[in-house]
Design a binder for this molecule. Structure first.
Ligand code: SF4
Length: 395
């Protein structure tokens, strides 16, 4: 376990209890993410990429169940055991420490909320204290301006220097809220006027965040509803929501799937810029190796609920080790060359093959591959693989 890690997933085991049988969706998955990197999680549809990301957020829907394993989020000296957090801590973590951009932005946006209100909800949930302080400061300034108008600039200056700015109803209410956010008045205000308390401050922050994701005319877009946004714009708004609290880890689950190539290129460029500017770590889920080559620092390849290879992005294209990773790269269409597909089909996860789950499609399969699951070993420096062709035989 390195000091440099932001996320450690160990032996993650997830099953779905369906009428057709038990789907063994994640088979003791191990994954490590480093601070400030973009890790690409790649693999065919149904290999467990999205289940991995949902497990990290503890959002696996029923009939799915996380059966075992550990997920640890590391920020400085703080280690959060995600699977052991209670509901309140989990609510705090989601959106603030880890946030997620889903595949289909329109399904994620609430159709009856304006863009401003959707982003404001995230801001108020996680940054309430910061906005209360900003609201106190702006009321203090306004009080001083009124004092200067009524009693002169000198009186206002004296009051400020002496730290005796007259308290108003708002200032004292906000200070009470800051002291005890669970008081009766706090509950009353949060129910009836929570967004109005610091409406100006929140609005300014929403516009700033929309600007940071390169939305043109952010003041106008903030007032729009999801049905008025284009696909690219809706995805930018969802990215803005994901970034509202500057999370340590951002999970992007195929965020460019339904976008045309031009908008896709813009979104990828934006994610690259955001990583550079904010230093967030990004788990980028995709089945598109072209996107991986453009965007990622490291890659983890998944197959049938297992991580089968992890390495540097250059290494995976130059020297893939696992037979599935090799076949996946060979199947990229190239102009002037016949299309090469991977023989066979992805196995059913209701009754997955014993041993290596790739054994019925692998040209190198040996006796041991039919019975024993290969260990995940370091085959060369920082290049991990799970295959009996490398290292010792596993149990
Ligand atoms: Fe092929 Fe065996 Fe390696 Fe699996 S463990 S990829 S079956 S050689």
């Amino acid at each position: 376990m390195s000091q440099n890690n932001i996320l450690e997933v160990e032996n993650l085991n997830v099953k779905f209890y369906t009428y057709a049988g038990v789907v063994e969706a994640l088979d003791y998955v191990n994954l490590t993410m480093r601070k400030g990197e973009i890790l690409g999680l790649v693999g065919e549809t149904g290999c467990g990429k999205s289940v991995t990301s949902l497990s990290i957020m503890r959002l696996v829907p029923p009939p799915g169940k996380i059966e075992g394993g550990d997920i640890t989020l590391i920020e400085g000296s703080k280690r959060q055991p995600v699977l052991k957090l209670d509901d309140a801590s989990l609510r705090k973590m989601r959106g603030k420490d880890i946030s997620m951009i889903f595949q289909e932005p329109r399904a994620y946006l609430n159709p009856v909320y304006s863009v401003e209100n959707q982003i404001a909800e995230v801001l108020i949930e996680h940054r309430k204290e910061e906005f209360l302080k900003m609201a106190i400061e702006s009321h203090r300034k306004r009080t001083l301006e009124n004092l200067a108008k009524t009693k002169g600039a000198k009186a206002a200056g004296d009051a400020e220097r002496a730290g005796k700015v007259p308290s108003t109803f708002e200032i004292s209410t906000y200070k009470r809220l800051l002291r005890n956010p669970h008081s009766r008045i706090a509950r009353f205000l949060s129910r009836f006027s929570r967004q109005r308390i610091f409406a100006d401050e929140v609005r300014k922050e929403v516009v700033r965040i929309l600007k940071s994701v390169e939305i043109p005319d952010p003041e106008r877009v903030a007032k729009m509803y999801p049905h008025e946004l284009s696909g690219g714009m809706a995805q930018r708004v969802v990215i803005a929501m994901g970034l509202a609290c500057n999370p340590a880890l951002l999970i992007a689950d195929e965020p460019t799937t339904n976008l045309d190539v031009t908008v896709q290129a813009q979104i990828l460029n934006l994610i690259r810029q955001l990583k550079k500017n904010l230093g967030s770590s990004i788990l980028y889920i995709t089945h598109d190796l072209g996107v991986v080559a453009q965007l990622c620092d490291r890659v983890a390849v998944m197959y049938a609920g297992n991580i089968i290879e992890t390495t540097d992005v250059f290494e995976i294209f130059k020297n893939p080790l696992h037979p599935y990773a090799k076949a996946l790269l060979e199947s990229i269409p190239r102009p002037g060359q016949a299309f090469k597909s991977i023989r066979g089909l992805v196995p059913s996860l209701i009754n997955p093959p014993e041993g290596c789950r790739f054994n019925d499609r692998c040209s190198y399969a040996m006796e041991i591959c039919l019975k024993v699951k290969p260990l995940f070993i370091e085959a060369s420096k920082d290049h991990y693989v799970s295959c009996h062709l490398y290292g010792e035989k596993s149990k």
